[in-house]
Design a protein around this ligand. Structure first.
Ligand SMILES: [Zn+2]
Length: 400
């Protein structure tokens, strides 16, 4: 039996200064069980290279490009795909009936990659010029996924659709060339869930922006009046950059109160919401405690400013998974401030990051919301300690 039945090599480079090319091609296995397709839309100076091997019940493909490109391989209920617009993509993927695996490295703006198998879903997106790498390997029983932004590991997880754990999400900020960018990566075990993005025209003239500018996550706190508490790691990394632990505690409590005031539920504890712990951990570690910490991110990952990891589990209530824990980590390499002046405002970033485990997603990567800078769930550009109309409307959908 011949192992390889098809080998396709495509290389395109556009030389004409005025020409743009769109290409769309695919091949599929003899039984139609596995297939590969690639799409390119290339303009001057763009290029795409693709190589595909299709064997009996196995397919592998690699794709690298500059310009608008997407590639996918897979069979029924099992695909790997990666796409980019205005960025660079390099990916490799392979699939066989029992296993799908893929990796993608992407950079640029408005870039995303996703990996879907029968029971698992991994998704990543970044804006404003970070580099992201995403790896996933899935069988029908286990999903292993990892991701890095500008080289920094932000997600590393093993999920099983038969266990309790439903998924994990990692969201954060990084320093881009002239601004602050964001990333959003998640892995879900079990059938792909939803992101509720309401399509509409955002109204920018209102004070507080549009009440339609929100996106719901797939999870929230499902206990009524959850009275969330956090542990603030009061260690060297916090004090060495001139922050005062008591002032940080107050800033974080104000962030919690800001959300509390917009909801009829008691979302954050009114007393002892923040406990100072000099021996607490730093970073994103699943240990049953909601931790807020400063830590010195390794120099080679120094683009990362802050991030939150949220772990959620079954059951789903009203369509939403149940948040079990979240950890927020700030990079002590950056100038943080509790006064709102001369640095990145702790209260603003904490309010944004709290929004994620509460159930709100970033807005920056959706074109219709991106200009509505009055929402706290949009990108950071300056101190903003109030919620926008969309933040409030989204919170009311989740908690009344
Ligand atoms: Zn965010």
């Amino acid at each position: 039996m011949r192992e390889l039945i098809i080998l396709v090599v495509v290389a395109m480079a556009i030389v004409s200064p005025v020409m743009a090319v769109s290409a769309n091609f695919g091949v599929s296995g003899d039984g139609g069980d596995l297939s590969v397709s690639n799409r390119f839309s290339l303009t001057r100076d763009d290029y795409a290279d693709s190589e595909t091997s299709l064997g009996r019940n196995v397919v592998s493909s690699s794709l690298s490009s500059v310009g608008l490109a997407s590639g996918s391989i897979g069979g029924p209920g099992k695909t790997f795909s990666a796409s980019t617009s205005g960025g660079q993509l390099s990916s490799s993927m392979s699939a066989s009936p029992g296993m799908t695996q893929g990796s993608a490295q992407i950079s640029g703006s408005g870039i995303q990659a996703e990996i879907v198998t029968q029971d698992n879903y991994v998704y990543g997106e970044v804006d404003e010029g970070a580099k992201m790498s995403l790896k996933a390997q899935g069988t029908n029983d286990v999903l292993q996924a990892s991701a890095a932004v500008d080289g920094m590991p932000v997600l590393d997880t093993v999920l099983s659709p038969v266990g309790d754990d439903a998924g994990v999400s990692s969201e954060g900020l990084f320093a881009a060339e002239n601004s602050i960018g964001s990333y959003n990566i998640f892995a879900v075990s079990g059938s792909p869930s939803f992101i509720s993005a309401k399509k509409h025209r955002a109204e920018m003239r209102l004070v507080g922006g549009s009440p339609n500018s929100y996106i719901l996550n797939r999870y929230r706190f499902n206990t009524k009046d959850p009275k969330v508490k956090v542990s603030l790691t009061n260690n060297y990394y916090l004090t060495s950059i001139g922050l005062n632990a008591q002032e940080v505690k107050k800033a974080i409590e104000r962030s919690g109160e800001t959300w509390d005031a917009a909801s009829r539920q008691n979302l954050f504890a009114d007393y002892d919401m923040v406990t100072l712990n000099p021996y607490g951990r730093s970073g994103w570690i699943k240990d049953g405690t909601n931790t807020v910490s400063w830590t010195m991110f390794p120099r080679r990952y120094s683009g990362a400013l802050a991030g939150v990891t949220t772990w959620y589990a079954r059951p789903r209530v009203g369509g939403f998974y149940s948040v079990r824990e979240f950890d927020i980590s700030f990079n002590s390499r950056y100038p943080w401030t509790t006064t709102g002046q001369y640095g990145i405002d702790v209260q603003t970033v904490a309010t944004h990051e709290f929004g994620h485990p509460l159930g709100l997603a970033d807005l920056y990567n959706r074109r219709i919301y991106r200009e509505d800078g009055q929402q706290i769930m949009n990108s950071y550009d300056d101190a903003q300690r109030t919620l926008g109309n969309g933040d409030i409307a989204g919170l009311k959908r989740l908690y009344g």
